[in-house]
Design a protein around this ligand. Sequence first.
Ligand SMILES: NC(=O)c1ccc[n+]([C@@H]2O[C@H](COP(=O)([O-])OP(=O)(O)OC[C@H]3O[C@@H](n4cnc5c(N)ncnc54)[C@H](OP(=O)(O)O)[C@@H]3O)[C@@H](O)[C@H]2O)c1
Length: 306
Amino acid sequence: MIISLIAAMSDNRVIGYQGKLPWHIPADLTRFKEITMGHTVAMGTRTFHSIGHPLPGRRNIVVSRSGARFNGCEVARSLKEAVDLVTGDEELFICGGAGLYREALLISQRIYLTVIHASYPGDVYFPEIPATFAEVHREERPNANPPLTYLVFERVDQEGGGHDPADLRRKGFDALGRKLYFLARSCFEEAYSQQESPEIASHLAYCLAKSGGDIKRALNLAEMALGSEPHNLGFLLNLGRVQVIAGNKERGLTTLRRGIQLGGGEEFHTEIAKWGTRSAPPIPSLPRSHPLNKYLGMLRYKLRRH
Ligand SMILES: NC(=O)c1ccc[n+]([C@@H]2O[C@H](COP(=O)([O-])OP(=O)(O)OC[C@H]3O[C@@H](n4cnc5c(N)ncnc54)[C@H](OP(=O)(O)O)[C@@H]3O)[C@@H](O)[C@H]2O)c1
């Protein structure tokens, strides 16, 4: 599981004022919802009270030493206890406030940070990001009011190494092994700009899909790689995964089954088990991605576990 911080701060690093957000920026709230939906969110007591209710469609954990209860939320007495509570989720989101962010920076792998290009009065600030994190993704929104920058950082740890395709490829695989998809994507992207090999194309495609990049390009790259080596199991696996993420589940499963026919093992079975045997959504008339289906699905999952 990846532990991620998600926050919005102003140019003067403010994140809160008098127990509230100092701004109302619907675009950033939508982005927060899209990124965290269906996952687990953990937050401190004051942050929970500033929101006023559990976030729908997500497993909510309030970190508090007080012994208090929070309607619709689980309670953990420490960040570690919160992390230990979460099993079976791909990503745990630490949603603030300042103390929890500071502590989580020591154990997290990713930071989603919105920078709001304006100055606000504040009494809570976002901590400095340690040098062990590198910016791996940036989206500018200069026409928003106020202008915004969406940043993603991932933990790099071992800095250095060269910038030739072989080094970048190695770094990309290392990041991929740690599920740092943004970091892997930037390594493969740079490697691909220097050397258009099918292997790099295939892995770049998977990372693009996993990090919310251009899905059409991901499909093209994955198909092109497989086209050059139709029996390459790694390329088949990546194409199947990308097709599923792109919303074409049947096609993806067919690709993955073809991989098994060609001798593919464990990874193909795991992927098919993940996507192929899911029960119908709680409200079949709504898409699986609908917030209501995600929320009810999570409830059903929890009830089955207890
Ligand atoms: N801009 C953003 O992205 C963003 C995100 C989040 C929050 N905010 C803003 O930030 C402000 C709230 O943040 P804050 O830093 O003042 O408070 P906070 O972290 O939300 O809450 C502090 C309380 O949470 C509990 N807590 C925090 N860390 C803990 C830990 N490691 N172990 C056990 N308990 C822990 C303690 O509660 P008990 O007393 O119950 O033990 C502590 O008194 C608000 O203004 C909010 O709107 C902004």
